[in-house]
Design a protein around this ligand. Structure first.
Ligand SMILES: Nc1nc2c(ncn2[C@@H]2O[C@H](COP(=O)(O)OP(=O)(O)O)[C@@H](O)[C@H]2O)c(=O)[nH]1
Ligand SMILES: [Mg+2]
Length: 239
């Protein structure tokens, strides 16, 4: 059977909440980097946008292979789940709408699925929350990341340096195994994905992928933390 990677079929999900100012460039750059793929689709999942994201992406869909989903309630995880359920191709993954990573590295991640089931980006080097070469997240973000990753390591036994980077790719079989009954509807989605994948013993490759661009605009708010912790406790102890 022909290998899925050599077939180069990719469904890329882009979650978008109020991304009108950045998403156009990102879609163009993502489409360029995967232009040599045999089959490529972008599924943009807009949530609760109060700006013109929907209009911007509807216009882009005239030129690029874009499918648009529009759902009213916030939640990046829920958006990703909806996107993956719709994905057509053998390789699937998601990238943020603000395109903060080196796309050369992103492509390497996709190619690594020849040997791995899942490829995830990490913004942090081993043993530190510094990224020596790349652009750094703000200090408060790095501090929250340190606390978060310690929690994740302790409760879920996930020994990754960064579970939260917005660049993850996997084979369809992974989604088939873990995509049912997802409960982490927010930024906690990534942890559920990795935790369930660990139970299925999927092979994960971690790629050091420093930020090449620091996008100050962020939709992440500290007030989402309580909901995330609640769902993660439910996941760990009741699922
Ligand atoms: N569909 C959807 N996308 C979201 C939601 N919240 C954040 N996003 C997207 O998730 C990605 C990461 O968000 P961002 O604010 O850049 O996070 P940060 O880079 O970690 O500060 C971006 O593509 C956002 O547009 C949401 O509620 N729904
Ligand atoms: Mg961002």
């Amino acid at each position: 059977m022909e290998n899925e990677v050599s077939k180069k079929n990719l469904s890329l999900i882009i979650p978008a909440h109020n991304a009108e100012h950045i998403i156009e460039n990102s879609v163009i750059e993502y489409s360029n980097i995967f232009s040599d793929f045999e089959n490529f689709e972008i599924i943009i999942v807009c949530n609760a946008c109060t700006d013109d994201t929907l209009e911007v992406v509807t216009k882009l869909a005239e030129k690029y292979p874009i499918e648009i989903l529009n759902i009213p309630h916030r939640g990046k995880g829920n958006a990703l789940r909806r996107g993956f359920d719709k994905a057509k191709y053998d390789l699937m993954g998601f990238l943020d709408s603000d395109n903060p990573f080196s796309l050369k590295k992103i492509k390497e991640m996709v190619y690594s699925l020849e040997d791995y089931d899942i490829a995830i980006a990490t913004k942090y080097l081993k043993g530190s929350l510094k990224n020596k070469k790349g652009i750094k997240d703000s200090q408060i973000r790095r501090l929250v990341a340190l606390g978060g990753q310690t929690f994740v390591r302790f409760f879920f036994g996930l020994k990754f340096r960064d579970t939260q980077a917005g660049a993850k790719f996997f084979r369809r079989k992974v989604w088939k195994s873990v995509g049912n009954n997802m409960i982490c509807v927010g930024f906690d989605f990534d942890i559920e994905l990795l935790y369930k994948s660990k139970r299925h013993k999927f092979k994960v490759a971690e790629f050091y992928t420093p930020l090449v661009k620091y996008e100050k605009f962020s939709t992440v708010r500290l007030r989402y933390l309580a909901g995330m912790v609640y769902r993660l406790i439910k996941l760990r102890f009741f699922h």
